[in-house]
Design a protein around this ligand. Structure first.
Ligand code: SAM
Length: 415
């Protein structure tokens, strides 16, 4: 219950309410493996606000830029070129840096503002995205699409960290020494696993604004995900004043919550690849799983779903490739279909075999592999294999149809 909450949560609650935030009186935080979970002391009825965060408490790229401009020497030109992620990650890391490095070194520089919020976030060892994977864990992904995606993610973040570090070093070598890769990875994981789109924070909120940037909303981001959980994110005016600064974003439950059950959010429909890369967890039998296929040197990326959407587009691309290879030669439609299906099947046999091998390696891993990471990978690979089975089954059905068409045209196809 609230009185048994960890000291960090009590300090967060104090900071949050002193700055205009509010948390439902029957909601309490409990420490768990992934960080915190939020639970209901008593039943909470449909339509009630669970948590409300004023926009003035949000961690935006503007808040981060203002702080960095104030503390770094001559930062203007460089900071202009930083992405929202670089700004926010650096701002987060500077909380730890400025706390650790001699206060005299910091002089009269302003302090970052979100300390009590960062204190309730999961510590680095509890984070499980590929940024935290050991080499052995990354290697286990070989043969899956996630292997390349994980390596790309690590490389991109590492480049960002080096760029940010070089500017920090111009101000203070001690700061630069404390501005570590480990800390930058932690900040980047906080951002990928908790950010909301900035387009939500307007008096006319939207989820599909291409200019949207990531924003952290303390408190609102404390709820775990449940697929399909009915919730609303509501933008309201705290004081009836028509200024954006007085806006707050609230999470409202759209279902009755039973006593002692977890209060959940809904992060939207995401595949396990997306959940692992950004959040560090996977959902068993996730209906949003897709298998990504690319043909040879083609740049087209096909995402095949569990219901087989996307298979037809791969067939069409293969047919185009085959027609180009045949040049002037004429070919019956059913014959082209059979060629396409043959090639597609060959490709899927390679994909499935790689996935089976990856699954077998994950079943009996070698080296430094954590049990929960191994389980997450097994869940991901099972989903990839499910989609590849859907594809193979669809190819068999298409094959039978093409044979039937050939037969109707009086052709008996021999193998
Ligand atoms: C926005 S935070 C949610 C609250 C979080 N548990 C905390 O400590 O603050 C997102 C993180 O919570 C965890 N999480 C959320 N939903 C989950 C779920 N359904 N299964 C496993 N972990 C989940 C993951 O570690 C994820 O990166």
């Amino acid at each position: 219950m609230a009185s048994n909450e960890p000291a960090s949560v009590r300090a967060f609650r104090e900071w949050f309410s002193a700055n205009g935030g509010s948390i439902h009186e029957d909601a309490y935080f409990e420490r768990e493996k992934s960080g915190m979970g939020v639970y209901a002391k008593k039943g909470i009825s449909n339509g009630q606000t669970i948590v409300s965060c004023p926009i003035s408490l949000a961690v935006t790229d503007q808040v981060a830029r203002d702080y960095l401009v104030a503390v770094l020497s001559d930062p203007h030109q460089l900071l202009e070129k930083w992405s929202s992620r670089e700004l926010i990650c650096s701002y987060i890391v500077m909380h730890w840096v400025s706390q650790e490095v001699n206060p005299e070194e910091n002089g009269s520089r302003p302090k970052p503002l979100h300390g009590p919020y960062l204190e309730i976030l999961p510590p680095a060892p509890n984070l499980k995205t590929p940024l935290q994977f050991t080499d052995a864990e990354i290697d286990l992904l070989k043969g899956t699409n996630l292997h390349g995606a994980a390596l790309d993610r690590i490389e991109e973040r590492s480049k960002e960290w080096k760029r940010c570090l070089s500017l920090i070093r111009e101000t203070s070598q001690k700061w630069a020494d404390a501005f570590t890769w480990e800390r930058y990875k932690t900040a980047a994981t906080y951002l990928s696993s908790r950010a909301f789109p900035s387009s939500l924070l307007s008096s006319s909120p939207s989820l599909s604004d291409p200019n949207s940037t990531p924003v952290l909303l303390p408190g609102v981001d404390s709820l775990n995900h449940s697929r399909g959980q009915p919730v609303s994110w509501v933008v309201s005016n705290l004081s009836n004043a028509p200024t954006e600064e007085r806006l707050a974003i609230s999470l409202v439950s759209r279902a009755d919550i039973h006593p002692n059950s977890e209060i959940l959010n809904n992060y939207g429909l995401k595949s396990n690849a997306e959940l692992i890369l950004g959040y560090g967890f996977a959902l068993p039998k996730n209906p949003e799983d897709t298998l990504v296929l690319k043909l040879g040197s083609s740049s087209v990326r096909h995402e095949i779903t569990r219901s087989g959407d996307g298979i037809e587009e791969v067939c069409q691309e293969l047919a185009l490739v085959l027609k180009q290879q045949l040049a002037e030669e004429s070919i019956e439609d059913w014959d082209l279909d059979l060629e396409v299906l043959d090639r597609f099947k060959e490709m899927m046999e390679v994909v499935s075999s790689k996935l089976y091998h990856a699954g077998a390696r994950v079943e009996e891993p070698e080296g430094d592999v954590q049990a929960d990471v191994r389980q997450m990978m097994l869940t991901y690979i099972a989903g990839q294999l499910d989609v590849s089975k859907v594809i193979l089954q669809s190819l068999d059905e298409r094959w039978q149809k093409a044979l039937q068409v050939a037969e109707e045209q009086g052709v008996e196809v021999e193998f």
